[in-house]
Design a binder for this molecule. Structure first.
Ligand SMILES: [Zn+2]
Length: 995
């Protein structure tokens, strides 16, 4: 992580030429501690940007402009396919090889509407260059085999394999991935807005691919797209981290040797502004048992400034945040308060990954006939804002948020370098200055100056870019019961017509081609091909565990954990309440209590005032629930965790906000309460299709352990049903919700339940300690009930959950031991082997699903198999049944095992930002997962031998099968059809509606 305060000394100067690269410019950005080098490869014209800094997590990313001219998804299919081997690395799935056998901290590929990017990151220098070497070779010199195109993109096949009298169908990984995307209301809605805001340029097409158009793509077109756009002359290479620029250039010179300069026309035309607004209507799939009333979403969207007009773009970003970014945003508030819909549309916000930015806002949970009223309300509110201006505190709070997040060291699931890369590409891709968007702190100082000069600057943006801007779209998205049926009927008809037009020989050819593809998929790579991929040996792996500085002490006799870490002037506090004795009938209300606590008013302030106060003083206040088993599996723990973070100067005030929430939170604003309930219900509902595998896993696992039961109750289908019920009751006005919440609050917000956790440097820890002492003085002490809630374990049964989606999600879960168990190391390695090997091969490569994997979750006592956007159900469950044998029948080879060990260690060593380190130490404390257990676990992983893996796996998996539970999310018809086969084996699913 970044720990240094200074920029590295420049090692090159503008005008220098090194390894064939001309240095165009060198610039230091002290605020983010980087020295930036902008360079160009003289021979090919490849553009290179290096952000040199103290971070040892180095990032390499090669990107190309790839604007599509149709919706066949060619950029997306290519993104998948280039990773399937090059001449030098002729393995069928080089991406998977790198993913499983390196210490990569990040490896991925992304298709955007106008660019394709391939980033890799590692904290180990040799590993980093190994990854970057293979990645750049794959991208620049891929094999692009015909089989790869069919597998990743699309191919024709018979519904009964090998039987040319059966129906014709289409499969392919991208094809199935996009069928999933085209089943999700949120993504359908956004696609329609994009196409209609940009009817005249590349964004009118779907770079990801429309399943109706994907089958039209030919192998020739696919190869031609690579020839045209994947030329170094069309590339932008982004580098970040502590490796020197010269070392990078030496490496890049090798990769680019042999390429010539080519002229590539890849620029994206600006969309010409329209004078008059457009209206569009669309539909999305709805489950049969749902009612259509109140299920429409209405949005207004505007085309805003070009990203390269940096100053205007920044002011627009802030203006959009003012309008809808917080509960106090006047446009958000006007929409919510109107009750023309249930909550804000999920596509609300600014989208900056286009040449011209787009802002959308609207309401979900409404009806089509209210669309014009909603549009009128939006315009009326904007007019009022122009007249009266924005609230000063709201502006201050919004600017503080930008300032805070510019200062905070974050390493979420993405490396920090990825954040900077995204900011650089926003201008660089359109031939603008790549550095101009990186200096957040400077930009914010300039915003403050401009605002002081012209206090009306934000309302002027609203006038010019919203009210006077005719380039607007009104979008109405309605539910449809027949959406999926119509799509499927049209597809079947098309397939029938196609089949009728084909001769016997042509049909036989299709059959034979599928057979060739299947053979290609099942044949292992020649050992010398896999050996060509450079990788570390076990001896290169760090043997020692990473430890987190933790001082365990007491504050007013309450347990306090302190983590002395460099946080760049930000203090982090976790206030943790024990909830394991909360009575069972109240448990289901806990997530709601959390959401309401941090989103309602407090201490006499209404929610709007509280929201402004939180934005002005903190970097965020949040609440979540956490649960798990202890490392020895003997006990479980359950906590409600409030988190606040603030600049040192605000720490005292920030902690006071939490004290106000605990002691004087408002539960009387019934309207606000039900708005938040609707928001939660709709948010959960919309997440089912995009994360159906997690949803299915929760349903399957609920009968297996208490943490899994709670997870389902708090976040799964049970919670969604509960929220739906409460939202319904709310309309009738008759319920005891307030009383239940008040009871919970008085039970929970009590000193006796507390554990405190602080992360900052010594100065910050002192500030946090004194602020928390003041909080404790205000907190009552009711003690605890002391009796853990009775765990009402439901009898396990296999479940089919009917959801409106074109693809399925199958989960199978069983009980597994905790981290301290001798089996834990085996299960970590086995889950890596199965995920990257057997499951990947059978569910993704051969089955055509977007994903197939397994997870060992020691903290919940679970082992699970999962599939994602899967065209199959029965076949996938059969793959799960056969999975254990793949580990025990003479496999894995020593080589496969070594890769799995490296990959497992890599996953354990993922870098964390300071606040995450503090939080992880807290969770380990609850779980009793001490450094001795972690060190032993690591040692056992490093020492894993094939014999042990085989013996442990067969012992565990055979015993575990007894507790296995299956849950599948999918279309009801598919579930019923699957049951016809599953009944024969007694594994049939009990089919239930989602709600
Ligand atoms: Zn994809």
């Amino acid at each position: 992580m970044v720990t240094e305060n200074n920029c590295p000394e420049p090692t090159l100067a503008a005008g220098d030429t090194v390894y064939g690269f001309k240095v165009l410019r060198v610039e230091q950005i002290a605020e983010i501690r980087i020295t930036a080098y902008e360079m160009e490869h003289e021979k090919t014209g490849a553009k290179v940007l290096h952000l040199h800094c103290g971070d040892k997590e180095n990032l390499f990313s090669i990107g190309f402009r790839t604007p599509p001219s149709d919706s066949t998804g060619v950029p997306h299919i290519l993104e998948h396919s280039v990773l399937a081997g090059s001449e030098k690395y002729p393995v069928k799935d080089a991406f998977n090889e790198l993913h499983k056998g390196t210490l990569q901290t990040f490896i991925n590929a992304f298709t955007y509407p106008d660019k394709t990017i391939y980033p890799v990151a590692s904290q180990v220098r040799t590993d980093f260059f190994n990854l970057a070497r293979v990645y750049s070779d794959l991208v620049l010199r891929p094999r692009l085999l015909e089989e790869t195109f069919y597998q990743e993109g699309r191919h024709l096949e018979f519904t009964i394999p090998g039987d040319i009298t059966s129906d014709l169908s289409v499969s392919g990984i991208v094809f199935n991935e996009m069928k999933g995307a085209y089943s999700s209301p949120d993504s359908l809605m956004f696609k329609a807005i994009q196409e209609n805001i940009f009817p005249d340029n590349a964004y009118a097409h779907d770079s990801g691919g429309n399943p109706e158009v994907i089958p039209l793509l030919t192998y020739e077109q696919f190869k031609a797209f690579h020839r045209t756009f994947y030329s170094p002359s069309n590339s932008r290479i982004f580098l970040y981290g502590d490796i020197t620029t010269t070392d990078h250039l030496q490496f890049l010179a090798e990769q680019l040797s042999g390429f010539e300069r080519s002229e590539v026309e890849s620029s994206v035309a600006s969309q010409k502004a329209r004078e008059t607004p457009a209206h569009i209507r669309g539909t999305y799939p709805l489950a049969k048992e749902d009612t259509t009333a109140g299920k429409t979403t209405v949005n207004c969207a505007w085309m805003l400034a070009e990203n390269t007009a940096v100053e205007t773009a920044l002011f627009q970003q802030i203006t959009c945040a003012l309008l809808v970014g917080s509960a106090a945003g006047p446009l958000r508030k006007a929409l919510i308060d109107s009750h023309l819909g249930e909550d804000l549309s999920p596509v609300t916000g600014l989208e900056a990954d286009f040449k011209q930015m787009v802002f959308a806002v609207g309401l979900r949970g409404t009806d089509p006939e209210k669309a014009l009223e909603i549009e009128a309300l939006i315009l009326k509110t904007l007019k009022e804002i122009c007249k009266t201006g924005f609230d000063r505190e709201l502006i201050e709070g919004t600017i503080h948020q930008v300032e805070f997040h510019g200062k905070e060291i974050v390493r979420t699931s993405f490396p920090y370098g990825i954040v900077l890369m995204g900011a650089a590409y926003q201008t660089w891709l359109y031939d603008g200055d790549p550095l101009v968007g990186l200096n957040f702190p400077l930009a914010i100082r300039q915003v403050r100056e401009k605002w002081a000069e012209n206090p009306a600057i934000f309302q002027e943006i609203v006038q010019e870019w919203f009210l006077d801007n005719g380039h607007r779209v009104l979008s109405i998205f309605e539910p449809s019961y027949t959406y999926l049926e119509e799509k499927e009927a049209a597809f079947r008809k098309e397939m029938a017509q196609l089949k009728a037009s084909l001769s016997q020989q042509e049909l036989e050819k299709i059959r034979d081609e599928v057979a060739v593809l299947r053979r290609f998929q099942t044949e292992p790579d020649p050992p010398e091909a896999a050996a060509a991929i450079p990788r570390l040996g076990l001896g290169d792996l760090p043997r020692d565990i990473d430890t987190i500085p933790t001082e365990k002490t007491l504050l007013h006799s309450l347990p306090l954990l302190k983590h002395d870490l460099f946080t760049n002037g930000i203090g982090y506090l976790d206030i943790v309440f024990d909830i394991e004795d909360i009575p069972e009938d109240l448990q289901i209300y806990l997530p709601l209590l959390g959401k309401l606590s941090v989103n309602m008013g407090a201490a006499g302030m209404d929610y709007e005032a509280m929201s402004k106060r939180i934005a002005l003083i903190t970097g965020g206040v949040s609440c979540h629930l956490a649960t798990g088993l202890t490392a020895d599996g003997s006990r479980n723990w359950q906590k409600m965790i409030f988190q606040v973070k603030a600049l040192y100067r605000n720490v005292e005030e920030a902690v006071k906000i939490l004290a106000d929430i605990f002691t004087a939170g408002d539960l009387d604003d019934r309207q606000r309460m039900f708005d938040l309930i609707a928001e939660r219900k709709n948010g959960m509902h919309a997440s089912v299709v995009p994360s159906g595998h997690i949803f299915a896993k929760r349903a399957a696992a609920a009968a297996l352990s208490l943490p899994a039961y709670r997870d389902e109750q708090w976040n799964g289908r049970t919670q969604l049903r509960f929220m739906t019920g409460i939202a319904e009751q709310g309309k009738g006005g008759n319920n005891d919700l307030r009383e239940k919440l008040a009871r919970l609050r008085s039970l929970i917000f009590s000193k006796a339940r507390l554990t405190l956790n602080m992360t900052a440097d010594p100065k910050g820890l002192e500030l946090l300690t004194s602020a928390t002492t003041a909080l404790l003085e205000r907190l009552p002490d009711q003690g605890m009930l002391g009796v853990p809630a009775v765990f009402p374990l439901v009898g396990p049964h296999n479940l089919g959950i009917a959801i409106p989606a074109e693809v399925s999600y199958a989960a199978k879960a069983f009980k597994a031991p905790g981290f301290a168990d001798p089996l834990a190391s085996t299960l970590l390695v086995a889950s890596k082997l199965l995920s990257d090997g057997y499951l990947y091969k059978h569910i993704r490569v051969q089955g055509g699903a977007y994903g197939g994997m397994c997870q060992y979750d020691a903290s919940s006592g679970l082992f699970a198999f999962l599939s994602y956007r899967d065209p199959h159900i029965v076949e996938t469950l059969q793959v799960y049944n056969n999975a254990p044998a793949s580990l025990t029948d003479g496999k894995p080879t020593p080589d496969e095992l070594e890769k799995a060990i490296i990959g497992t260690i890599g996953a354990l060593d993922k870098p964390m930002d300071p606040s995450t380190r503090g939080y992880v130490a807290l969770i380990r404390h609850f779980a009793g997962l001490d450094d001795a257990i972690r060190a032993r676990l690591r040692q056992e992983i490093l020492d894993m031998k094939e014999g042990r893996l085989r013996d442990d796996s067969s012992r565990f998996l055979a015993a575990a099968a007894a507790s296995a539970v299956v849950a599948v999310c999918g279309k009801e018809e598919r579930l019923r059809a699957a049951n016809e086969d599953l009944l024969k084996t007694g594994q049939d699913l009990q089919i239930e509606p989602l709600i």
